[in-house]
Design a protein around this ligand. Structure first.
Ligand SMILES: *[C@@H]1O[C@H](CO)[C@@H](O)[C@H](O)[C@H]1NC(C)=O
Ligand SMILES: *[C@@H]1O[C@H](CO)[C@@H](O)[C@H](O)[C@H]1NC(C)=O
Ligand SMILES: *[C@@H]1O[C@H](CO)[C@@H](O)[C@H](O)[C@H]1NC(C)=O
Ligand SMILES: *[C@@H]1O[C@H](CO)[C@@H](O)[C@H](O)[C@H]1NC(C)=O
Ligand SMILES: *[C@@H]1O[C@H](CO)[C@@H](O)[C@H](O)[C@H]1NC(C)=O
Ligand SMILES: *[C@@H]1O[C@H](CO)[C@@H](O)[C@H](O)[C@H]1NC(C)=O
Length: 608
C-alpha cells in the first residue's frame, strides 16, 4: 500500500467540479450486490455502532484487457515476447482507474468527511482502504451490518447481506468489501495420519537413491508407497540427478495465513531426517501486514509447506511470508475483527515489491460460491498482475473433490453443502477459489506409484469454475473431456461445461512425513501437493536462469502447449464429493489430476 498517488491540487479541483455539479444532497442509492448467506453462517447479533470496520473499495480497471493481453504474450513460449515481463510501473499503469472514477470517488469520500490522510491507496490507485465506525459504513452503503457466527469453526464476522451505492457512483466502483463476503478460508490439509515421537526410529530413506541414474517406476524405493519424503519426490519426479546452483537467483515463497507459523527448529529436525546437506540452513521470514512467526505455536500447514518446499528446492532461496490481518487475541462477540481476505493483502504486498519471489505457493482456498463474484474477479485480476511481472503463483486445488463436504463417497443422500445459494437449492458441484481463477496454476493430489493414481484418501479438488470461463490456453485439452461427459449426459446441469477447468497439474498429496513439535508424522492434502510442485518449478527456474533465460512466470500457457510432454499422465482414480463419485482421471487432461505429475528431466529439456 502506498500513500496518495493523486496530487492534492488535482483532488481538490475534482472535488469542486464533482461536488458542484454531480453530487446531489441525498443521492438515490442503487443496490450493488445482494447475497443469501451460506448456510453455515448464522446471524448472531448486531455490532456496537462504534465498532470500527476497514473497507476496501475497488475502482474499475478500464485497461485490464490490455494487461491480460500482455500477460498471455509474455507467458506464451511461442510468442516473441515470451519472458519479457512487465515492470511494476508498467503493471500499475495498466490497472489504474481513469481520472473520472478517481475524482468521483474522492469527491464522495471528502463529502462524507474523510480526509486524504484517512485514505490508503494501492500503488496503482485501484484500491482504496479506509477505516470507520460501522455506523458510518452503514450510512455510506445504505446497509445494515450484523454479527454472524460460523456453526462449525465458531468464527465471528461482521457482514451485510446487501449494500448500495449512490447511483452516480455505481460505474466508478467495482466492489466494496467486507460487506457481502461470507468466506471461511481454509487451509487445504485434509489428513493427519499420525504424530508419534517414536516414528523417527523408522528411518526414512536417506538422500537420493544411488541405485539408478534414470529412475523408472521399478527403481523407486518401495517405502515411498507408505511414506513420502523429499527423496521419494526426487525419485518419482525424475530429479535425483539435478544439482541446483548454490548461487542461483531462483527464489521460492510460501504464503502463511490464518496464524499458521513455521517452525525453524522442526525444519532442522526434518533436514536431519531427509535433507542432511541442508542442515543449519534456513528460510527468510517476511512479515506482511503485521504477520508474526510465533515459534512456540507452529502450525502443521506452515511446517508442511516450508519443510517440503524448501527441502526439495534446497539450496534455493526460500522465504516464508506470514500474513497478518487477524489479531492474535480472541475478539469479543460483538466486535469481531476477522477480515478474512488474505489473498488480496498478500498479493498487494507482492505487487508492491520491485523483485517479487519468482515462485509462490499458497495452500489455502474456499468454496467459490462463498466469494462474491465481483470480489473474486478483482482478486483474480491481481493474480494476472503478478503473472505479468513474471511470478508463477501456484495454489492447492482443494480437498473436497467436486464439492465441499466429501465425507463418505458412497453416501447417496444429497449433500446440502453442494446446493446453489441462489435460493433455488439446485445441486451444483462446488469449485474452489482461487483454484478456479484462470491466472493461477492449480495443483491437485495423487498417491502411490506404478501406477500413480488420483489420491483416494480424500478427493482431489477439481471441476469447472462457475465464475470464470475457459481460458484459451485450455482449448486444446479441456473440451475433449467435457465432450465425453456431454456424450453420456453425465452430471448434466451440475457443473459448468464452459468454465475454467482445474486443476492444471498434480503431485503426490498424502503420507508426507513432516516434523511438528519435534515429532514426525504423516500428513496429506493438496496442501502437500502445491509446495512440492512449486519447488519443482523453482528448480526449473534455476535451470532456465543458468542458461540466461528468464524465469517461467505464469505457467499455464506453457504447460498446456509444449509442456504437456513433460508430464506423467494420471489416468486412474476419481474425486468424490457432493454424494457422487466425482470425475474420473482419464488419459489426457482431467478435472481430477489435470495434465498429470511432473517429469523434471523432460520438463527441463523442454524449457532450456
Ligand atoms: C550444523 O551446526 C552444528 C553446530 O554448530 C555443527 O555441529 C554441524 O556440524 C553443522 N552441520 C552441518 C551439516 O553443517
Ligand atoms: C505465541 O504462542 C504462544 C502459545 O500459543 C502464546 O502463549 C503467545 O502469546 C504467542 N505470542 C504471540 C506474540 O502471539
Ligand atoms: C532471498 O530472497 C529474499 C526475498 O526475496 C531476499 O530478501 C533475500 O535477500 C534473498 N537472499 C539471498 C541470499 O539472496
Ligand atoms: C432451500 O433450502 C433452505 C434451507 O434448507 C430452505 O429454507 C428453503 O425453503 C429451500 N428453498 C427451496 C426453494 O426449496
Ligand atoms: C528433537 O528430536 C531429536 C531426535 O529426533 C532430538 O535429538 C532432539 O534433541 C529433540 N529436540 C528437542 C528440542 O527436544
Ligand atoms: C467413471 O468411470 C466409471 C468406471 O468406468 C464409470 O462407471 C463412470 O460412469 C465414470 N464416471 C464419469 C463421471 O465419467
Amino acid at each position: 500500500m502506498r500513500f496518495p498517488g493523486l496530487s492534492i491540487s488535482l483532488a481538490l479541483s475534482l472535488l469542486v467540479l464533482v461536488s458542484g455539479l454531480l453530487v446531489p444532497l441525498s443521492p438515490p442509492f442503487v443496490v450493488k450486490e445482494q447475497v443469501i448467506p451460506p448456510r453455515r453462517w448464522l446471524q448472531h447479533g448486531t455490532p456496537a455502532p462504534d465498532h470500527t470496520i476497514t473497507l476496501r473499495i475497488g475502482l474499475p480497471q478500464p485497461n485490464f484487457r490490455v494487461l491480460e493481453q500482455h500477460l498471455y504474450q509474455v507467458s506464451d513460449p511461442d510468442h516473441p515476447r515470451y519472458g519479457h515481463y512487465l515492470s511494476k510501473g508498467e503493471v500499475d499503469e495498466l490497472v489504474s482507474p481513469d481520472e473520472e472514477s478517481l475524482g468521483s470517488v474522492n469527491a464522495w469520500l471528502y463529502n462524507l468527511g474523510f480526509k486524504e490522510t484517512d485514505i490508503e491507496r494501492s500503488s496503482s490507485r485501484d484500491w482504496i482502504v479506509l477505516t470507520m465506525p460501522v455506523s458510518k459504513a452503514e450510512k455510506m452503503l445504505n446497509t445494515k451490518y450484523y454479527v454472524w457466527k460460523h456453526s462449525e469453526s465458531e468464527e465471528y464476522i461482521i457482514r451485510s447481506t446487501s449494500y448500495s451505492l449512490p447511483s452516480y457512483l455505481s460505474r466508478h466502483i467495482d466492489v466494496v468489501q467486507p460487506t457481502t463476503m461470507f468466506t471461511s478460508t481454509k487451509n487445504h490439509r485434509s489428513t493427519i495420519h499420525s504424530f508419534r515421537p517414536d516414528d523417527t526410529k523408522q528411518k526414512a530413506p536417506a538422500q537420493a537413491s544411488k541405485t539408478t541414474s534414470s529412475p523408472t517406476s521399478t527403481a523407486i524405493d518401495p517405502s515411498c508407497s507408505q511414506t513420502i519424503t523429499v527423496s521419494c519426490l526426487k525419485q518419482l519426479y525424475n530429479l535425483v540427478d539435478y544439482v541446483p546452483s548454490k548461487k542461483s537467483k531462483s527464489t521460492i515463497g510460501i504464503a502463511g495465513y490464518l496464524e499458521q507459523y513455521a517452525s525453524l527448529e522442526d525444519l532442522q529436525t526434518f533436514y536431519a531426517d531427509q535433507v542432511p546437506a541442508a542442515l543449519n540452513t534456513s528460510f527468510n521470514v517476511l512479515s506482511v501486514d503485521g504477520g508474526i512467526n510465533n515459534q512456540t505455536n507452529p502450525g502443521i500447514e506452515a511446517n508442511l509447506d516450508t519443510q517440503f518446499a524448501f527441502g526439495l528446492a534446497y539450496p534455493l532461496n526460500g522465504t516464508f511470508y506470514t500474513v497478518g490481518g487477524r489479531p492474535p487475541h480472541k475478539p469479543s462477540l460483538m466486535t469481531p475483527t476477522n477480515t478474512n481476505e488474505p489473498y488480496l493483502v498478500f498479493v498487494d504486498y507482492l505487487l508492491g515489491l520491485d523483485n517479487p519471489p519468482l515462485v509462490v505457493s499458497s495452500s489455502y482456498g474456499e468454496d467459490e460460491q462463498s466469494v462474491p463474484e465481483d470480489y473474486a474477479r478483482r482478486v483474480c485480476n491481481q493474480f494476472a498482475q503478478l503473472g505479468a511481472r513474471g511470478v508463477s503463483f501456484l495454489v492447492s486445488s482443494g480437498d473436497g473433490g467436486v464439492g465441499d463436504g466429501i465425507a463418505d463417497p458412497n453416501q447417496e443422500k444429497e449433500n446440502p453443502y453442494c446446493q446453489s445459494k441462489d435460493g433455488k437449492n439446485i445441486t451444483r458441484f462446488q469449485p474452489t477459489f482461487p483454484a478456479g481463477c484462470p491466472y493461477v496454476t492449480a495443483v491437485g493430489a495423487t498417491i502411490g506409484f506404478n501406477p500413480e493414481t488420483a489420491v483416494n484418501t480424500f478427493g482431489s479438488g477439481g471441476g469447472f469454475s462457475n465464475y470464470f470461463k475457459r481460458p484459451d490456453y485450455q482449448h486444446e485439452h479441456v473440451p475433449k473431456y467435457v465432450k465425453a461427459l456431454q456424450a453420456q449426459d453425465t452430471y448434466k446441469g451440475i457443473y459448468n461445461p464452459a468454465g475454467r477447468g482445474f486443476p492444471d497439474v498434480s503431485a503426490q498429496g498424502d503420507l508426507f512425513r513432516i516434523f511438528f513439535h519435534n515429532s514426525s508424522g504423516l500428513v496429506g492434502g493438496t496442501s502437500a501437493s502445491a509446495p512440492a510442485f512449486s519447488a519443482i518449478v523453482a528448480l526449473l527456474n534455476d535451470a532456465r536462469l543458468r542458461t540466461s533465460k528468464p524465469s517461467l512466470g505464469f505457467l499455464n500457457p506453457l504447460l498446456y502447449s509444449k509442456g504437456v510432454a513433460g508430464f506423467n499422465d494420471i489416468s486412474a482414480g476419481d474425486n468424490p464429493g457432493c454424494g457422487t463419485r466425482g470425475f474420473n482421471a482419464t488419459k489426457g487432461w482431467d478435472p481430477v489430476t489435470g495434465l498429470g505429475t511432473p517429469d523434471f528431466a523432460k520438463l527441463k529439456k523442454i524449457i532450456t
